[in-house]
Design a protein around this ligand. Structure first.
Ligand SMILES: NC(=O)c1ccc[n+]([C@@H]2O[C@H](COP(=O)([O-])OP(=O)(O)OC[C@H]3O[C@@H](n4cnc5c(N)ncnc54)[C@H](O)[C@@H]3O)[C@@H](O)[C@H]2O)c1
Length: 262
């Protein structure tokens, strides 16, 4: 493993499990100290413990990314603990249990909940860490959208709209923060198999697989295999590293080419 992130401090939101934990561990493996923020406090602490076990400094914080006071306090606590903030991965999101549904059945409360976690949360976390990045004279923000924002299907429309908003946030911040040497990019993964995410909720591998209709998804993909977390974490580390210093405002899909075939 390269040490591209030596002496860097990363904040990963939604790092209490799932892909956020995987990103956190990869950043630590490349040398970063990591603050894991999550609504799930014990999950965030567990991620921090894994970072410490890997020989880097880890900090687990219970944070609701929709609450400006909590996000501001978490940024300060991270800076106080580590003395800098170089990298932000805006990964927290509601992605589970939002299957496609008719628009008539989506309540305003549900719409607001999804938008506030998936989009407003990324806005607030960015707002909170940018002043610290400016102090260092550089920074990297990596947002997490979804292939659904581009092709418009597979999941409920409020989720799709929230993830489309994240692309707009990326472009606007890239323009705004370029003069401060802060890069802002966005990744749009296709679906990562539920087998990797739902077994902890008691699903058997067969049940979990049934919820992930691979054949259908593969049909619209140039590269016909499932997306693994290892297809994503190296990209996140690259976008967090100096190797991507001249890349900003970019959307990178990781979906085997699906969006290009409709
Ligand atoms: N898994 C996929 O197939 C897939 C595909 C494309 C994009 N994504 C995106 O990747 C990100 C991670 O997905 P995942 O599969 O690991 O999901 P996940 O449900 O396993 O993890 C999401 C994390 O976000 C946290 N979270 C939720 N609300 C929060 C809040 N208000 N404040 C702070 N933390 C909060 C959860 O506690 C959880 O730890 C999400 O943004 C998701 O939309 C996932």
């Amino acid at each position: 493993m390269m040490n591209r992130l030596e002496k860097k401090v990363a904040v990963v939101t939604g790092a209490g499990g799932g892909l956020g934990r995987i990103y956190s561990r990869r950043l630590a493996a490349e040398g970063a100290d990591v603050a894991a923020w999550d609504l799930n406090g014990p999950g965030a602490e567990e991620t921090a413990r894994l970072i410490s076990d890997a020989g880097r400094r880890g900090l687990g914080l219970k944070v609701d990314v929709t609450r400006e006071d909590q996000v501001m306090a978490a940024a300060k606590a991270t800076f106080d603990a580590f003395g800098r903030i170089d990298i932000l991965i805006n990964n927290a999101g509601i992605v589970r249990d939002v299957p496609p549904a008719p628009i008539e059945s989506i309540s305003l409360d549900e719409w607001n909940r999804i938008i506030s976690v998936n989009l407003t949360g990324a806005f607030l976390a960015s707002k909170a860490v940018v002043p610290y990045m400016k102090r260092s004279g550089r920074g990297k923000i990596i947002n997490v959208s979804s292939g659904t924002a581009l092709h418009g299907g597979s999941i409920r429309l409020d989720y799709i709209c929230s993830k489309a908003g994240v692309i707009g946030l990326t472009r606007a911040l890239a323009v705004m923060l370029g003069p401060d040497w802060i890069n802002v990019n966005v990744i749009a993964p296709g679906p990562v198999p539920y087998t990797l995410r739902d077994l902890d909720k008691g699903a058997t591998p067969d049940e979990a697989e049934a919820k992930f209709p691979s054949d259908l998804i593969f049909a619209g993909r140039h590269i016909k295999r499932e997306i693994q977390p290892s297809d994503l974490d190296g990209l996140v580390a690259f976008l967090a590293s100096p190797e991507s210093d001249m890349i900003t405002g970019q959307l990178i899909t990781v979906d085997g080419g699906r969006v290009f075939v409709g």
